[in-house]
Structures are given as C-alpha cells and as structure tokens.
Design a protein around this ligand. Structure first.
Ligand code: SF4
Length: 215
C-alpha cells in the first residue's frame, strides 16, 4: 500500500440506481471501509476485507467497461485519503464522475468536476450525530443531497433541515424511502402535501435485482 493505493471491495458495471443519472449504465468503484454503522446499511460486506489496487490499475479496469459514467462509492470512500486523487484521475480521463458519501467526512478537497452525492443522516439511520453540517458550505449547484427516510419522524426532521439550510437553493435534494421500511407512496404523498422542493427517488437497482451485491 502507498499514497496511490486504495482498498477496493468491488468494481462492477450496472445501471445507476439513484440520483439524477438514474438508469444510465455506470461503472461503480466500491471502496472498502466505513466509520459509520447505519441501521439500514445494505453494503455491510464492504466494511472489511477488500483488495489493494493502485490508481493506475483501477483506471485500467474501469476503462475496460467502455462507459462514460463512473461512481465512486462505499462504504465511505473518503475514509481512504487517496480517494481524492482517484476522483481527480477519473475526471482527467474524461469520465463523468460522481461520489457517494455519508456526509460525515470533509468533502472540501473533492475535485470540483465531481458530482458529490452527500447524505444527511436522519435520526432513523442511528448515525445522526455523525453529520458534518460544515459540508453544506462546499456544495456546488451540480451536487445532490440525500436523506434516507425511515419513518414520519425522519421526514419531519429532514423537512426542518431542508428549511434551516435552504438546501434546495444550493443543489438538488433527494428524499429516498428506506427500502422495505418506509412505503414510497406514503413518502410521495407527504412531499406533495407539503409542496416540498425535493425529488423523490427509489433505488432502481433494488426493484430490478433486490439486495444482490455487485448490482
Ligand atoms: S454510511 Fe453508507 S456504507 Fe456506511 S454504514 Fe451508512 S449506509 Fe452503510
């Protein structure tokens, strides 16, 4: 391991299941490790293990899929410092790059060409105390903030945070029902009743393939 090596759980090709590029063929690079333990986590298999790869090797593997979209995810990708270098290298190589991050770690050094998809952890996640609200200052208009909603109390909390930080004036805001916990239709009704300026998203890959890893 060195400054240009990262621990990787998997590199796979699938349809983007979330965010503004939902449905588009995308290569996912899943980095190993996460300092959080959200109750609904569907990637606990990425907490440990993984294989060390240097950045050149990762670029080579991603290139073999011949696609334009790359998503760096985890675990929590920013927990590994060379992730910042990896993101810049993907941008330099001409990919459209997004980063999925928990919102618990500093996003200020992320390359400005990267679309940051930043979680704000709700109370229902069990990790609300880990939110790093200073990150909000580093959101760019092309970024996206995501709340995973587990129940009505989460929805009300997310609505308050939305208003307190005027999040929708900074970037897109996603409300995502916790899979098989919060009914999507009910969440849709709440958003409509309150005229919230947010985008409801469901996890397309779960509807296509359930909880299968690597999809
Ligand atoms: S931040 Fe993401 S990877 Fe980490 S525990 Fe929460 S849901 Fe799982």
């Amino acid at each position: 391991m060195n400054d240009s090596s990262l621990r990787i759980t998997e590199i796979f090709f699938s349809l983007q299941g979330e965010t503004r590029t939902v449905g588009l063929p995308t290569v996912f690079v899943r980095l190993t490790g996460c300092p959080l333990r959200c109750g609904y986590c569907d990637t606990a298999y990425a907490f440990q293990g993984g294989t060390w790869y240097d950045i050149e090797n990762i670029l080579h593997q991603v290139a073999s899929f011949s696609t334009h979209y790359v998503t760096v995810t985890g675990g929590e990708p920013l927990a590994q410092k060379p992730c910042i270098i990896l993101l810049g290298a993907f941008c330099d190589a001409g990919y459209e790059v997004s980063l999925e991050t928990s919102g618990a770690l500093d996003i200020s050094a992320v390359d400005q060409r990267v679309v940051k998809v930043v979680d704000i952890k709700t109370p229902g996640s069990g990790e609300v105390q880990k939110n790093r609200f200073e990150n909000i200052d580093y959101l760019l208009p092309h970024d996206q903030v995501k709340f995973v909603i587990c129940h009505r109390a989460d929805y009300d909390w997310a609505k308050e945070i939305l208003q307190q930080y005027q999040l929708n004036t900074r970037c897109d805001v996603l409300f995502s029902p916790s899979y098989q916990v919060q009914a999507p239709g009910e969440l849709a009704d709440w958003i409509l009743q309150d005229r919230l300026p947010v985008r409801l998203q469901v996890q397309l890959h779960k509807y296509l393939w359930g909880d299968a890893p690597g999809r």
